[in-house]
Design a protein around this ligand. Structure first.
Ligand SMILES: Cc1cc2nc3c(=O)[nH]c(=O)nc-3n(C[C@H](O)[C@H](O)[C@H](O)COP(=O)(O)OP(=O)(O)OC[C@H]3O[C@@H](n4cnc5c(N)ncnc54)[C@H](O)[C@@H]3O)c2cc1C
Ligand code: SF4
Ligand code: SF4
Length: 377
């Protein structure tokens, strides 16, 4: 930990961010506040040196109390009109309004056509196929996504080649603060990158885009496309990966080749064995901040993707003009195949059900009211 931690006494705005979001564990850990700070007064360690997990921001003594961190935070007030305008521009005539999982223009089932890509992906490998195709065609020069190490710790990763991208394919169910790496991505020289993230991260990036701050614009001007991964929770690394899978179940983390959640947590071992963990045994390891998250389907992404209980297909929600254009160009070029939703009624129902359930979580105001009350008790 840094040795210049700020005492929050006398700080109005940053104190409020910490009082109601960070110290009450409402915080998602996205790092949006950290990257927008113009004087680099907020810090964040993905993992402490000893491997212990730290995924919340802390504040240093250079803080000037400027309010930008609060404007970037996906747990605080949304400028809905500005965000809706940003996402809906150019598709107004085709837009289907949906209060539960967000407005969209079309929903399809899709999958990669190249066997190598499909095999590497979590569901239909649409994320990997689209980015790889776009990099080869010159639409993108890289991506900010996540990678896992051999013991399944997740980290943000900036990729510039298709081989690097393929190594990142698949899902890790612990948190990788991809939005925190926007600063590194902005300095990396990438001009047109794809941002891949869970919904709280997509919201943070969108809020930075509309924050009307120089720093916010600098951090997001190289984001050419946002792909949001549907998400109801992420698990703690110490609790789930170490405590449950390694210590309690005796699994060697290095021998896990894939983890997927399909009603149960399915752990695929190198030996070919598939170990099934009931979701109710995993849920106690959900990160606390996730309990305050209402956005299952990454409502402000260009494209939102999820497996939704099925195998081998990515259910893809096309939301923006750019998302739809690029997606269908990739389809026309033959790297992604598409089916309508007629044969995917189960997945569509599940999307509605999971998104509605998540919407019913304590809303931000209630969560904050509870947090403030508890804090001042
Ligand atoms: C934490 C988490 C929870 C999820 N929960 C659900 C769910 O409840 N229901 C559902 O239908 N779908 C869920 N998904 C989405 C699903 O697992 C797939 O990512 C999605 O269907 C896309 O599959 P794909 O084969 O097209 O992606 P791929 O082609 O395999 O690409 C996946 C991309 O996601 C990136 N990634 C992997 N892990 C993370 C992470 N932890 N944080 C940020 N980026 C990451 C990878 O680097 C890769 O670029 C979740 C994903 C994550 C990461
Ligand atoms: S949710 Fe994100 S922006 Fe808000 S305090 Fe936590 S890390 Fe910062
Ligand atoms: S549920 Fe997913 S999107 Fe929501 S805060 Fe947790 S990690 Fe972020």
């Amino acid at each position: 930990m840094p040795d210049r931690l700020l005492t929050l006494e006398g700080k109005k705005n940053v104190k409020r961010l910490f009082d109601v979001i960070v110290d009450t564990a409402v915080c998602s850990g996205c790092g949006g506040c950290v990257v927008v700070c113009p004087v680099d007064a907020l810090g964040y360690d993905v993992f402490a040196g000893d491997g212990r997990e730290i995924d919340l921001p802390y504040v240093l003594d250079t803080c000037i109390d400027c309010l930008l961190c609060m404007k970037a935070c996906p747990r605080l007030e949304y400028q809905y009109e500005d965000l809706d305008k940003l996402v809906c521009t150019g598709v107004e005539d085709d837009l289907v309004t949906n209060e539960v999982f967000g407005d969209y223009v079309e929903i399809v089932a899709a999958r990669a056509t190249h066997e190598r890509v499909l095999k590497a992906g979590q569901d239909g490998a649409v994320v990997t196929a689209l980015i790889a195709w776009g990099m080869e065609k010159g639409h993108f020069d890289g991506a900010l996504t996540a990678e896992r190490d051999e013991r399944w710790m997740m980290y943000p990763k900036i990729v510039r080649t298709v081989d690097e991208l393929l190594r990142c394919a698949g899902s890790g169910y612990t948190y990788a603060p991809n939005s925190l790496a926007l600063r590194e991505a902005a300095a990396s020289g990438l001009q047109r990158m794809v941002f891949v993230g869970v919904p709280c991260e997509v919201s943070a990036v969108r809020k930075l885009e509309i924050a009307k701050s120089k720093r916010g614009r600098e951090m997001t001007k190289n984001v050419a496309l946002q792909i949001g991964l549907m998400c109801s929770e992420t698990f703690t690394y110490d609790g789930f990966m170490i405590g449950k899978l390694q210590n309690e179940m005796g699994l060697r983390l290095e021998d896990i080749v894939k983890i997927n959640v399909k009603g149960r947590v399915l752990v695929y071992m190198r030996s070919g064995e598939v170990i099934s963990v009931p979701l109710k045994q995993a849920r106690p390891f959900a990160r606390e901040g996730c309990h305050y998250c209402q956005d299952f389907a990454a409502e402000y992404a260009d494209l939102s993707v999820g497996g939704l209980g099925g195998e081998g297909w990515t259910i893809t929600v096309l939301r923006t003009k750019r998302g739809r254009e690029l997606f269908y160009e990739a389809v026309r070029d033959g790297v992604i195949e598409v089916q309508g939703m007629d044969d995917f009624g189960f997945q569509l129902n599940l999307l509605e059900k999971l998104a509605a359930k998540q919407r019913a979580r304590p809303n931000r105001k209630e969560a904050l009211a509870v947090a403030v009350a508890e804090n001042s008790a």
